[in-house]
Design a protein around this ligand. Structure first.
Ligand code: HSE
Length: 438
């Protein structure tokens, strides 16, 4: 069969332009690309000059026209934001059209609603581009790793912050300077809050968590901390101790004894994290992303590649289009498995009480350089059962000292109590930094 397949595009920004570029240069790609016809494109401003040429007859400022166009079989949503994107996705599904979306904000919050609507309508919603840019991670979690009991998924899943942290570490450049350069290079958005405050990474880990553990969690309850208050001093001290600092997103089962009938407690968080130089995630620099999946029986599998940008993200979008187009070629309904998540919710999951989540810690304390101060700090940690792996004094001058402590694994609850006690010591000026540590 050699059917033509009509594509409607919602959004012609960085990712949309990348999709058009692939569709326009089909030579040497999967032959199915030649069967895709771009028939309608929704943009915000028709007059604006663009990176790609599109006949003006295809353009509209009304996205609903794209959804309603009878020639459109697959709606590609790359406009971003929650509304009207969510409504347009649901409207496409209601019209019996499959959807490809890169929209992590919508999927992280409304994935269940969308999956259920798609399942009822018998259409597909594919989301490979929502996490990790060009890295295939959604389909592997849904399919190739489907036989595993997943224990942990952790990753560097925001390219902008990884670019900033890599440059801060390599060149010792301050945060705001690198951020400005990242914006000039087009890596960071004009409003970078979603990237630098960890919101983008939290959306993505919510999606990965649902796929890995079989149930969605309350997206808004994910403990999230970005890099905007990160001090270059901590990157330097971490380096001297054999670590790099990355914005790490983690989801892990914190009670493997939970039965299938019980809700699975998940330790999910996004936070700056010290990573030992010999850890596979430590070598991930620039806008690259990497996701480490740990499961039984597979062991550890790492997915690595460009996590943002026009070409890489469009690569994932067009792969999803081809997936749906391929199924359409076989025949309606044939090969149909599950529209959104082949792992669509098969068990209950919830975000565990953050106080019960166990991790190693890096703490920097500003203190008087007086006899006994390290002993007093050690006592506060000991009283809460926090075991210290190393304690180092940096930059002692004028009787002031920076004391850096790396702990063994302890619960956040224990750590929090110990830090309150330390903060109240008269010789300690304050807890200047506190991060996770692998
Ligand atoms: N802003 C994201 C990042 C790319 O920097 O990784 C889109 O997901």
């Amino acid at each position: 069969m050699n059917k033509r397949i009509g594509i409607g595009l919602l959004g012609l920004g960085t990712v949309g332009s990348g999709v058009v570029n692939i569709l326009k240069s089909a030579e040497g790609r999967n032959p199915l690309v030649k069967q895709l016809d771009l028939v309608r494109v929704a943009v915000r401003d028709i007059e604006r000059s663009r990176q790609v040429h599109i006949p003006s007859s295809l353009l509209t400022t009304n996205p609903q026209e794209v959804v309603d166009d009878p020639r459109v079989q697959i709606v590609v949503e790359v406009m971003g934001g929650i509304e009207p994107a969510r409504k347009l996705i649901l409207s496409s599904i209601a019209s019996g059209k499959s959807v490809v979306t890169a929209n992590k904000s919508v999927i992280a919050r409304y994935g269940e609603e969308i999956a259920s609507a798609a399942s009822k309508a018998g259409v597909y919603v594919l989301i490979e581009a929502a996490v990790g840019g060009g890295i295939p991670i959604i389909e592997p979690l849904k399919q190739s790793l489907g036989a595993n009991r997943i224990e942990r998924v952790s990753g560097i899943i925001n390219g902008t912050t990884n670019y900033i942290l890599s440059r801060m570490a390599k060149e010792g450049v301050p945060f705001l300077k690198v951020l400005k350069e990242a914006q000039q290079l087009g890596f960071a958005e004009a409003d970078p809050a979603s990237d630098i405050e960890g919101i983008d990474a939290a959306d993505k880990i919510a999606i990965l968590s649902g796929l890995a553990f079989g149930g969605s969690v309350d997206r808004e309850a994910i403990p999230t901390r970005g890099i905007s208050d990160l001090n270059a001093l901590d990157i330097d001290y971490a380096k001297q101790l054999g670590f790099c600092v990355k914005l790490l997103a983690v989801c892990e089962c914190i009670d493997p004894g939970t039965t299938e009938e019980e809700s699975l407690p998940l330790g999910i968080r996004v936070q700056p994290t010290l990573i030992p130089f010999d850890h596979p995630l430590a070598g991930v620099n620039g806008v690259n992303n990497a996701i480490l999946v740990e499961g039984e029986p597979v062991g550890k599998v790492m997915f690595y590649g460009p996590g943002a940008g026009s070409g890489p993200t469009a690569s994932a979008v067009v792969a999803d289009i081809l997936n749906i187009a391929g199924i359409n070629q076989i025949g309606e309904g044939k090969g149909f498995t599950d529209p959104l998540l082949s792992a669509s919710s098969w068990r209950l999951c919830h975000i565990a009480d953050p106080k019960k989540v166990v991790q190693r810690n890096y703490v920097r304390l500003s203190a008087d350089d007086t006899p006994g101060v390290i002993g007093s700090i050690g006592t506060c940690f000991g009283n809460q059962g926090v075991s210290i792996q190393s304690i180092v004094q940096f930059d002692a001058c004028s009787e002031k000292a920076e004391i850096v402590v790396i702990t063994h694994e302890v619960s956040y609850g224990q750590m929090h109590k110990a830090l309150i006690a330390i903060d109240s010591l008269s010789e300690v000026k304050g807890v200047s930094a506190h991060f996770a540590c692998l």
